[in-house]
Design a binder for this molecule. Sequence first.
Ligand code: PEP
Ligand code: MN
Length: 361
Amino acid sequence: MNNEKKLNHWLQDIAGDYPLMIAGPCSAETEEQVLETALKMVDKRVQVYRAGVWKPRTRPGSFEGVGEKALPWLKRVKEETGMKIAIEIANAEHARLALQYDVDILWIGARTSVNPFAVQEIADAIKGSDKVILIKNPINPDLSLWIGAVERFYQAGMTNIGVIHRGFSRFRAGEYRNDPNWQIALDFKSKYPNIPMIIDPSHICGRRDCIYDMAQTGLDLQYQGFMIETHINPDEAWSDAKQQVTPTALLKIIDKLCLRKQEFQDPETIDKIAFYRSQINQLDDELLKLLTERMKMAEEIGKIKQQKSVAVLQSNRWDEIMHKMLEKGSNLGLSEKFINRLFKAIHQESIDKQEKIVKNT
Ligand code: PEP
Ligand code: MN
């Protein structure tokens, strides 16, 4: 993958000057649902129609997709709307059928990209094909596993490659269904800048009310496209009902998305920004100096703790600092969350330094 010149510009061929938009239902359910959804979203800014045909579900007993019989429905979508079509494939047999029905874009789901055997089996099955292959991030936050899956397709001679950031499974419930873990996706992007990165706000958010914001964040981070689950009647969807939007809502999201400039342009603004940035740089230097001073004091205390055999961690003192800082911070307009994070980090560094002294390392 290092010689990325070999990768094709499939994205431009499909989306032209627009960001790529792949939209359509989580699952193909019936021929009517597939067709009605597609016909309501015909727009030059929606170039690809997606639908899950085989659904890898976490627990047995959930709807597992209608299978091969949905493939002719998708072919009809292609013929009647001109959109390209995309499905998820999870094994060699799915790959074979996708090629047989001339599906344009094949994606590897998050539960498949974790499994090198499955990925290799699929790569062998579509070896050398000119189809577009999109690899979703694995459900666990492991950059190498994601890169490894992409490499398997690259080594199989595929040159129309892209990746989809759909977030990572989390242990506890949080704001979103999946943790975006932006750093992993951004690390991928900086390592492989020629592989298009697409955001899947539907699976990150898990609920429809934050899809626009998540998509805009992706755009601001220079992602090149979106995958947004869209259903003619989302509340009645057979899978992922909470996160799907109607075709009308999808088009509204697209209207609202705004391609923000990456750089300031007029000289006056550039000067102003440069001034504030130089002030910030100076303040950052001062902050570092102050922090170093603070650590020196903590180290002095560490030495005394060692001489007098006193424990490093003194929770009363820590509670006292935190309490005082929260109060002062709130008077200064700093959020409780920020003060908590900041002082926990500072405190941890002090403890680490003192422990080093106490343990004589
Ligand atoms: C999907 O796109 O419907 C899907 C199953 O996604 P993921 O693999 O990201 O969970
Ligand atoms: Mn889904």
